[in-house]
Design a protein around this ligand. Sequence first.
Ligand code: C2E
Ligand code: CA
Ligand code: CA
Length: 704
Amino acid sequence: MVNKITILVVDDITINRVLLKNFWGHEKNYEIIEARTGEAALEILNERKDIDLILLDVIMPGMSGIELLARLKKLDAFMHIPVIVNTQSDEHGYEEEALRLGADDFIYKPYIKGIVKKRVENVLKKSAYDRERTDELTGIYTLAAFYSQTKKMLDMDPETEYAILQINIVKFKVINELFGVIMGDEILIRLAQMLKQAVGTEGTYGRMEADHFVCCIPISKMAKPSEFSAIMEEGTAELENKYGLTIHGGIYIARDRTLPVTAMCDRAVMACRNTNNNMVKRYSYYDEEEGERYLKEQLLIRDMKKALAKGQFYIEMQPIFDTKTKMPVSAEALVRWMHPEKGFISPGVFIPLFERSGLISRLDAYVWEEVCRVLARFKKEGVPLCPVSVNASRVDFCESDLLYRINTLTEKYGLEKKLLKVEVTESAYTQNPQEIIKQVVDLRKEGYDVLMDDFGSGYSSLNTLRELPVNILKIDMKFMNQLEDSRRAASIVLCIVKMAKMLGMKTVAEGVETKNQVEFLRNIGCDSIQGYFFSRPIKPEELQKMLETYYKNAGDEKEEDKVGILVVDDQRMARMTLKDALGKEYRYFEAANGEQALEILHENAFAIDLVITDVVMPRMDGITLLQEIKANPVFMGIPVVVVTASEGSADEFHALEMGATELIRKPFDFHVVKRRIKNVLKIAENEWLKEEVWNMKQNEAIRQ
Ligand code: C2E
Ligand code: CA
Ligand code: CA
């Protein structure tokens, strides 16, 4: 049904009113109401809220048409009702006056039916359009109207510098809940009035949404002191004091006129976000640099959608090496983006963007499938296989079909579940623990290894470890570059590795770049190592070659793989004799006294599995050296064999008391020496084993 249109005819002459009324005589959707005077018209308007248009005679006794028009346009309730003024064709003076006051059109007497009806129709149409453009609650422009008005204004006045100011109420939702919607509306209306009053005819203003308002005015009018700033300050203070709220905003100086008004407003909104955590500053300016970055990000996100289809992403694999055997035992897949214009883009740059935009799961799905494809190819070509771990973002873990997605892939490519591992970051866990625990449990039950990435980088690593049933820990790379200068970092890594062992987990150290780091890690029993020291991330074909070479030469033993023995004696001959006695199966380090020995231990500690020391030496004797070794947490596990001069001497007794593992006597009996050293190394290995067994039992106990 068409809405009924109500027209109020105001004229002191009855015949005129009747004439006009008759023009719509038979049309049901028009209702014509009559008023004989201006006063009567006001009464009717106050009573009936449904008047759509007023046909107003200019000359009337009492309140004239011009007077009535002036009054209506000042009253909020009536100012939007369109008015058509009726004049004699020779009353031109009134025309101008009526226009100035806000009349919408004229009709001349004598009335001609066709013309009158057409004019009314046009004005009604225009007013409907205006209604659409005004915000119902506050009566100011809607966002769309604001955009178009502002564009017009800026186009017409290219010389003037304009600013866009966006303002809103901090936590308006809370205020609505606290005071109720009626009060909330009142605040919004008041805010709109303030803006209207402050901007006036100097610029444009409108309501963006909810409690967000926007205006555009010349910078010169905005800069203090100005009427604009005075009204805004006063109005804001009044609102803030009365309702206990905070108003803040963002400003964008519209220097770049090629930008659409929508983008200008976005920038003002962005600037406003900077005030969010800043209770002192009411308004912030848009920061060009930050804005540029934001725009670039948006462009990258846009490009990414195309990039997937165009195959601009590819994977590299970084091999992970066994700490003891130095063989590649697994690899991590890392995504790369070769952008057609921007060139190589680091995942450190685009991964966070994709996470925020939710696009990451699609990228990850692509990476996982690539990995499976590579593994399936290796398998087909008989390449020695190693498991590959893939990164899963927090977004992947929040979707409930993670296991299904992974299962689908391994099945499609015919891969055993041990071949695909999943890395989850600690930070993902802190954000959504319950969901992630469930997903990890499911993956583990199904037979997939799950790694905790960047372990130790978060705030509550231990807590995470307690709750998340991952089975491999990846020690964050930030510990590695601190290892050498910070004893604390070294102690922490040592503890992480021990703790992981107690919990039955394997450890991987990430970001390992130096030999010293490798040896430290070997010494403390970290299982595997990933880092530039062994290999950067490489193409899958290169990994293939690497696996083939390594596993072909698997039999050859390298010097570094041998058991290391530190021989400490001030007599060079004695050291030579000992080395001869023990043979080529060991790797030797030599020192002429205790001090030198400690130095060598510090540098190569991690390659040394046994120390053989003479007792009597200059600078530092063997017993003191023994004490030093047993007092240092990193060295204390290394067995020490003490060389004495005679059986049953005080030295022997002393050495055993200090923790020596075995004694040998000068002059050396080759067979005895060889045998004893072998035994000591066996015992050391057994100790290690015993510790492992004990740990496993502890684990069982914890689980039950
Ligand atoms: P991440 O998972 O911690 O990956 C290890 C990062 O350390 C990689 O950087 C790797 O190239 C780098 N790296 C390896 N060894 C060393 C070293 O010895 N020294 C130094 N300084 N760095 C080393 P990349 O490739 O730039 O990846 C950065 C991050 O991007 C990754 O950190 C991961 O969080 C994310 N990422 C990479 N690929 C993917 C993916 O396919 N999916 C998801 N969701 N994230 C990915
Ligand atoms: Ca990773
Ligand atoms: Ca990592």
